[in-house]
Design a protein around this ligand. Structure first.
Ligand code: 2RA
Length: 339
C-alpha cells in the first residue's frame, strides 16, 4: 500500500516545490504530514484539494512515517534526520549535512541509482539518502553520460547561480532591489551585503583556506563520490547572478578516450532528463528562463575544446531549474526508487 510521507520545511521554496512535484508526478501516498518550525506551525495550506495545518517539527513527528523529505537547512537535518531514521523512516535529505558521509548514498536517479538499490520502503528499518547540491545535480546530469562513454579525466566548471539557491527571501530581495534601482532608490541589502540587481558576485558560501568557497568544494567532492572516482580532477568557480530560479553552468571536459562533438550530442539527446538546445545557425542555446519550472536540464554550445589535441576535450553549456531538478524533483525521484 502507498507510503505515509512527511515534508520537513514545507513552507520554504523547496518545501513548496516538493508538494508541486508530488502532485505533478502523482506520487502515491496514504497520508502526508506538513512539518515546519514553531514559527510556521498552525498555518493552513491546501494540497490536492485537502486542507492541512502545518505542524511543528518534533521528535514524535516521524512516528508511522515511511518517507520524510527534508529541506529545512543542515542543522534541522542533523538534529532530526537520525531521529527519523531511528523511528524507521527513510529520510531523503536536501541539505549538505550527510552528503559526504560514507554510509549515506548521494544519488541522482538518472546517474547512480545503484547507490541506493538496497533501500526500500517496508524493509523494516529507516535509512538516510542525501540529495546532491543543486549545482552538482545540474552539472552531472549532462557530464555523466559523456563520462560513461569516454571517461572524464578533468572537469572545469563555472556556474552562474540563481537567487533561488539562497532561498525565497533572496528571490524577493532581487525583485525589490531591481525596482529600487530602476526608481533611482538605494537598494535594500539584507540577504547579501551588496547590490545584487544588475550585478553578479562570487558565490555567498564561505571561503575556505584553499581559496575555494564551500559551493565549489561541494562540486569537487560530490562529483567524486557520485562517479565513485576519487582521481577525477575537478575545479569550479561559483558565481551568484541576478536570475530567479535556474542555474547556468559552463563546463569544460577532458576525456581519457576521444569523444567528438557529434557523438556527444547524440549521447546527450538520448540521455534521460536532458534536452539538447544547440542551434548555431540561430544562435539558440539554453537559457535559465527557458528551463525554469521544467524538469529537464538543457545542454548546448557542444563543441570540441580547441585547446586540446584531437577529440580529447569538449566544452558544453548547461541550464537547469535549481528548485526543481536541482532539489525537489531529484529528491522525489529518489523517493520513487524506494517504492
Ligand atoms: C546555492 N547550491 O545555489 C546552493 C543552494 N543549496 O546557493
Amino acid at each position: 500500500n502507498a507510503p505515509t510521507i512527511a515534508v520537513v520545511g514545507v513552507t520554504g521554496a523547496v518545501g513548496q516545490e516538493f508538494l508541486s512535484v508530488l502532485s505533478d508526478r502523482d506520487f502515491p501516498y496514504s497520508s502526508i504530514k506538513m512539518l515546519a518550525s514553531k514559527r510556521s506551525a498552525g498555518r493552513r495550506m491546501t494540497f490536492e484539494d485537502k486542507e492541512y495545518v502545518v505542524e511543528e517539527l518534533t521528535a514524535e513527528s516521524f512516528d508511522g512515517v515511511d518517507i520524510a523529505l527534508f529541506s529545512a537547512g543542515g542543522s534541522i537535518s542533523k538534529e532530526f534526520g537520525p531521529i527519523a531514521v531511528n523511528r524507521g523512516t527513510i529520510v531523503v535529505d536536501n541539505s549538505s549535512a550527510f552528503r559526504m558521509d560514507e554510509n549515506v548514498p548521494l544519488v541522482i536517479p538518472e546517474v547512480n541509482p545503484e547507490a541506493m538499490e538496497k533501500i526500500k520502503v517496508g524493509m523494516g528499518k529507516g535509512a538516510l539518502i542525501a540529495n546532491p547540491n543543486c549545482s552538482t545535480i545540474i552539472c552531472l546530469m549532462a557530464a555523466t553520460p559523456l563520462h560513461r562513454h569516454a571517461k572524464v579525466l578533468r572537469m572545469v566548471v563555472s556556474t552562474y547561480q540563481a537567487a533561488s539557491g539562497a532561498g525565497a527571501a533572496a528571490m524577493e530581495e532581487l525583485e525589490l532591489q531591481t525596482r529600487e534601482v530602476l526608481e533611482g532608490k538605494p537598494p535594500t541589502c539584507k540577504i547579501f551585503n551588496r547590490q545584487y540587481a544588475f550585478n553578479l558576485f562570487s558565490h555567498n558560501a564561505s571561503v575556505l583556506s584553499n581559496g575555494y568557497n564551500e559551493e565549489e568544494m561541494k562540486l569537487v567532492k560530490e562529483t567524486r563520490k557520485i562517479w565513485n572516482d576519487k582521481d577525477v580532477k575537478v575545479t569550479a568557480t561559483c558565481i551568484r547572478v541576478p536570475v530567479m530560479r535556474a542555474h547556468a553552468e559552463s563546463v569544460n571536459l577532458q576525456f581519457e578516450r576521444p569523444l567528438d562533438e557529434d557523438t556527444a550530442r547524440d549521447i546527450l539527446k538520448n540521455s534521460p532528463g536532458v534536452v539538447v538546445i544547440d542551434d548555431r545557425e540561430s544562435n539558440n542555446f539554453p537559457t535559465p528562463l527557458e528551463v525554469s519550472n521544467k524538469d529537464d536540464v538543457a545542454v548546448g554550445r557542444i563543441r570540441r575544446d580547441l585547446s586540446q589535441d584531437g577529440n580529447q576535450g569538449l566544452d558544453i553549456f548547461i541550464c537547469g531549474d535549481q528548485i526543481r531538478k536541482g532539489a525537489a524533483l531529484n529528491a522525489i525521484q529518489i523517493a520513487e526508487l524506494l517504492l
